[in-house]
Design a protein around this ligand. Structure first.
Ligand code: COA
Length: 379
């Protein structure tokens, strides 16, 4: 390799491709800020609606602004009947494939689909924030051969989401924990799905196109799937006493332990502690303390790996919360998508405000130039 050979950053690891004011992450210190506010304060005190407003508009809402935004979300929850029919036709698809296709279909019905101004993009983002939960729950009902539960405008975002699962109003505690989970998942820098959304917006495609692409990127197990795998691991372990042997076996096989390690965080993921408390409380409330005990035992067994910078991440606790709320494992990634719509939208709006086509290079390592021989000239 000569000195002027391009330096290749596979996976774009460590590459800054633009500036962003949506979130700040310090992976060594374990810091996460949304627009300057600590995730800890937001998780403790703010609702998802407040955080969605913060991400979309850049500032926390005043009381009247929040009430107006919340009203906008509640009024936008219903999805057009043809999209419900589409979900019916996709009843046997994986929930993420159905969500991706239905989100794309919403473009045909939104009054501002082709308006790429920042203002219209934010309005569309608010509508998608309200509609994506309805799509997820409608598809789930249809695949269970039930009619979808219509959203209720008298419930908050998280409570309505849980309500649409079975048509039963959740407890205030369950709704608060779900709300916190959405807050913790709302935005996370230049992850694969947000980057995909920005690449799409960079071509001046519309928000529905960008969010459809983001959902596609999120559906891969290396991005959205760890919560599901943690739950499957907890089920496979079965009893807290078996956790240490299970971890030992996985490590002997060179396998990672799900819910540990992170490309950016080399200390504990700051989002994890909020869900840890939630799992403990919910496990107790639901009379299933076993799940918290199993997770605690896995954490204990993983303690020696802390010196490698391998710590617990947000997905370690999220899966058990979803499970205890009655969600099947293949809905865990769609739940992540429900929380992430404001973050994707904020980044698309940011991209559109200072747009540039995102177009990197690959270094060619195929055959050198060679003559084309037409088929007719071949013997
Ligand atoms: C997320 C993940 C891909 C990050 O990987 P990464 O940034 O490339 O981290 P590295 O592979 O450089 O890890 C450094 C060391 O820690 C070890 N390690 C990383 N994650 C581990 C895990 N989950 N369990 C056990 N050991 C782990 C690696 O084996 C490596 O050790 P080595 O140097 O002896 O080989 C990886 O931690 C992982 O697969 N985690 C499990 C899946 C998960 O929970 N994903 C959700 C992320 S939010």
């Amino acid at each position: 390799m000569t000195d002027d050979a391009p330096r290749i950053h596979r996976g774009l690891q460590g590459v800054y491709f633009d500036r962003s004011s949506t979130s700040f992450i310090d992976g060594r210190a374990g810091t996460l800020l949304y627009r300057g506010y600590s995730i800890h304060e937001l998780a403790e005190h703010a609702t998802f609606e407040e955080v969605a407003y913060l991400l979309l508009q850049g500032e926390l809402p005043a009381r009247a602004q929040l009430a107006a935004f919340d009203g906008e979300l509640r009024a936008a929850r219903a999805v057009p009947a043809p999209v419900v029919e589409l979900l019916r036709a996709l009843r046997d698809a994986h929930p993420m494939d159905a969500l991706r296709t239905a989100t794309s279909a919403l473009a045909a019905f939104d009054p501002e689909t082709r308006d790429n101004s920042v203002e219209a993009t934010l309005r569309k983002g608010a509508r998608l924030t309200a509609q994506v939960p309805t799509l997820v729950m409608a598809h789930h009902a249809l695949r269970e051969h039930r009619e979808p539960v219509a959203p209720r405008a008298d419930l908050g975002h998280a409570a309505n989401f849980l309500y649409m699962l079975r048509g039963r109003e959740p407890s205030a505690e369950a709704a608060r924990l779900m709300d916190k989970d959405f807050v913790l998942h709302a935005e996370h820098g230049a992850n694969a799905s947000a980057f995909a959304a920005r690449v799409i917006a960079g071509t001046q495609a519309n928000l529905h196109a960008a969010i459809t692409g983001a959902i596609a990127a999120l559906s891969g197990p290396s991005h959205g799937g760890a919560a599901e795998n943690v739950m499957l691991m907890a089920q496979a372990i079965g009893e807290p006493e078996r956790a240490a042997a299970y971890v030992k076996q996985l490590r002997a096989e060179g396998q990672p332990v799900m819910g540990f390690g992170h490309r950016v965080y080399k200390t504990e993921d700051p989002r994890a502690q909020h869900l840890r408390e939630g799992v403990e409380q919910l496990s107790r409330e639901m009379g299933e303390p076993r799940w918290y005990a199993i997770l605690e035992a896995v954490q204990e067994a993983m303690r020696p790996y802390a010196r490698l910078g391998v710590h617990v991440n947000v997905d370690f606790f999220a899966g058990v919360i979803y499970y205890l709320n009655g969600f099947p494992p293949d809905l865990f990634v769609p739940i992540f998508a429900v929380g992430r719509v404001p973050g994707w939208t904020a980044q698309v709006a940011e991209q559109l405000a200072h747009n540039i086509l995102i177009r990197p290079l690959t270094q060619y390592d195929g055959p050198a130039e060679r003559p084309y021989v037409p088929l007719g000239a071949q013997r």
